[in-house]
Write a protein that binds this ligand. Sequence first.
Ligand code: IMP
Ligand code: MG
Length: 204
Amino acid sequence: MLCWQYLTQAVETPSQAMRQKRVAMSVLLNDEQIEILISESEIKARINHLAKEISDTYKASDQLVVIGLLRGSFIFIADLVRRLNLPVEVDFITVSSYGNEMESSRQVRIIKDLETSIKNRDVLVVEDIIDTGHTLAQVLQIMQTRKPKSLSVCTLLNKPSRREIEVDVTWTGFDIPDEFVIGYGIDYAQQGRNLPHIGFVRRA
Ligand code: IMP
Ligand code: MG
């Protein structure tokens, strides 16, 4: 279900026109430049595909609970759940992670807990990006103590080369290289969440 090929096609072998468009669409954020890695239409196509697979997997489920990790997953989860062909409940959890840094603290603390009981429910945790894996591993541990019927993960982005701890991820939008990215809900020092695409941060 991983998507390296898709990403490689989109990023490493774009036509000349596409390459020019990517550069032209770059935007400046403070002193940093955003180089587009995944375009809005590429994200949309991938989410359509993920939503079909997820809808199929949970078609016999009573009512799925989709849990977004705030704040980074808010745009992804909004687009994903609207394409699910299922009765679905949505809840959010906020855990501490990077603050305003580019490095993970590797320590996770719940800042805002779920409002829904997930006991005996099918639970899908939706994450923006998995880097070292510590955030998700600890969130999943906490969720497991609440005895869900099933527990799965869908992440939009994954940086496999950065993994420090194993996490079981069922659905991945895109595997990406070890670079700091922003856009489509994902921030750098709280900026860039509103970009419609995902891009690398470059010093201008
Ligand atoms: P992990 O605990 O190292 O896996 O970090 C996961 C969290 O760090 C993600 O949910 C993001 O919120 C944040 N993060 C990881 N990589 C990036 C990045 O490239 N840009 C912005 N946030 C990131
Ligand atoms: Mg996150």
